[in-house]
Design a protein around this ligand. Structure first.
Ligand code: CMC
Length: 439
């Protein structure tokens, strides 16, 4: 059976044979399909990339129908159970799990990149006391571009590697500083004796004690959450990272752009929205009525549904398990009752069943974060820390891919054809044009 696709163009009766490779055709091959000599040729039209692969990638694999997620071939459940976040970061970036000595060297390198330049600290001080932490995070990551102008040399592998380490080391510090800023607390410098998650908790919660001791269960739970959020193949923010990076912009501004995409409520901002929704519902008894409202077209069930998963999000399963560990330390978050009831009713309801809408990673993560003491405004920042690793792994892959060029989609133009310029005194007003559109 040949791996080809035969297309007959009914406009011309011509027949074309296109090669199929890994379940795809190259849309550039469609351009030979012309209605007449000199015709531009056929294009694919795919708003929101519903069925278009924009790259070849070896980083993350998802089978959305089966609910499978693997980083570099390893199942997410195993990685979450057995690895530290920095071990997984190494895997995502370098393609293999590190040996003990490789891991030690890697952890030491990242640990020695956690400090922020003092001017960056002052930059953060310029934000209003009530600035949203995600806005501060995005802007401060972008501002690092001014501190490290060497980062612009994106074609030098050693330069790239240095920026990758800087970013992974510094994003928890920036995140913690945005939190301390919003409370008016003094910033806490990183402590190099602590692990990545314990140091983050130290920078968040340390007050006057000489040495902050993170609760080991909470530090481990946070590490697991970081692992679960580290990468997710070509999602909205990763696509932005690749797209901005394709213009050879430096990785700091590219990560800032990706973080901006993450902040939206349909993407990483959903975890914050889930908490708002649970607050709005208020009690278990009101869940059914809320679901009827959603089914009637008033809003969405936040933390439900996914472009790729048409089955239970495997990350949500691990998160539920992690929640149990956290609640043993913090006590049960009362919102959990509402969330469980919401999931129970939705998974049994024809509307959600028919559309294959299951809880996604954001459904339970906020409940854990809140139990750990985070305000909802911090939730998306907590997502951005680990996803920085995924963005960087995908950026590096994009830079090294000889097939990649500046990302530049085509369009189907549906606007006005060429028209005569109208002098200003002869132009009708918007209201007049709306009243008689053909004038
Ligand atoms: N609640 C109610 N209905 C929904 C929901 C939802 N959460 N999600 C999708 N639908 C409906 C949607 O209205 C549509 O119905 P119909 O066919 O009658 O028009 C159908 O399901 C298909 O949805 P879609 O909007 O075409 O799906 P999409 O792939 O474009 O959107 C999504 C995916 C994640 C943006 C969407 O499911 C959503 O908005 N969910 C809520 C926000 C959320 O939880 N986002 C976090 C995603 S996971 C974390 C991450 O990676 O960012």
């Amino acid at each position: 059976m040949p791996d080809t696709l035969t297309i007959i163009d009914n406009r011309t009766d011509l027949r074309y044979e296109l090669p199929i490779h890994q379940g795809t055709i190259r849309t550039m091959d469609l351009r030979k399909i012309q209605a007449f000599p000199g015709d531009f040729g056929l294009m694919g039209y795919d708003p929101a990339f519903m069925n278009t692969a924009s790259c070849q990638s070896a980083v993350t694999f998802i089978d959305g129908d089966k609910g499978i997620l693997r980083y570099r071939g390893y199942g997410i459940e195993q990685l979450a159970e057995k690895c530290s976040f920095l071990e997984v970061a190494y895997l995502l970036l370098f393609g293999e799990l590190p040996t003990a000595s490789e891991l030690q060297a890697w952890v030491s390198t990242i640990t020695h990149h956690t400090m922020l330049h003092e001017t960056t600290k002052k930059f953060l001080e310029g934000f209003r006391y009530d600035a949203h932490p995600m806005g501060m995070f995005i802007s401060t990551v972008a501002a690092l571009s001014t501190v490290y102008p060497d980062a612009r040399d994106v074609h030098d592998p050693a330069v790239r590697q240095l920026q990758i380490c800087r970013l992974i080391g510094k994003v928890p510090t920036i995140a913690a500083y945005t939190y301390r800023h919003s409370l008016g607390y003094p910033y806490v410098y990183p402590d190099n004796e602590l692990t990545y998650p314990a140091n983050f908790l130290n920078m968040l919660w340390k007050m006057v004690e000489p040495k902050y001791q993170a609760n080991p269960t909470l530090a481990r739970a946070l590490d697991i959450l970081l692992i679960l959020h580290a990468d997710h193949e070509q999602n909205c923010s990763t696509n932005v990272m690749r797209s901005v990076g394709s213009s050879q912009a430096d990785p700091f501004v590219s990560v800032a752009a990706a973080a901006a995409a993450l902040s939206g409520p349909l993407h990483g901002g959903a975890n914050e929205e889930v908490l708002r929704m649970l607050d709005e519902i208020g009690s278990k008894e009101r869940v059914w009525a809320y679901i009827q409202q959603v089914k009637a077209g008033h809003g969405k069930l936040m933390g439900f549904g996914h472009r790729v998963y048409k089955n239970y999000d495997p990350r949500a399963r691990v998160i539920k398990w992690t929640a149990d560990q956290v609640f043993q330390v913090t006590g049960r978050n009362p919102k959990l009752e509402i969330a469980i009831e919401l999931e129970r009713i939705a998974l049994d309801d024809e509307y959600f069943v028919k559309r294959k809408l299951y809880p996604n990673v954001d459904f339970y993560s906020g409940i854990i974060y809140q139990a750990m003491g985070f305000q909802p405004e911090m939730f998306t920042v907590l997502f951005a820390i680990p996803r920085t690793v995924g963005w960087l792994a995908q950026w590096q892959e994009m830079i090294q891919d000889p097939e990649q060029k500046i990302a530049r989609p085509r369009q189907v133009f549906v606007g006005k054809e060429s028209r005569q310029f109208v002098p200003i005194e002869q132009r009708g007003s918007q209201a007049a044009r709306a009243a008689s559109p053909n004038v």
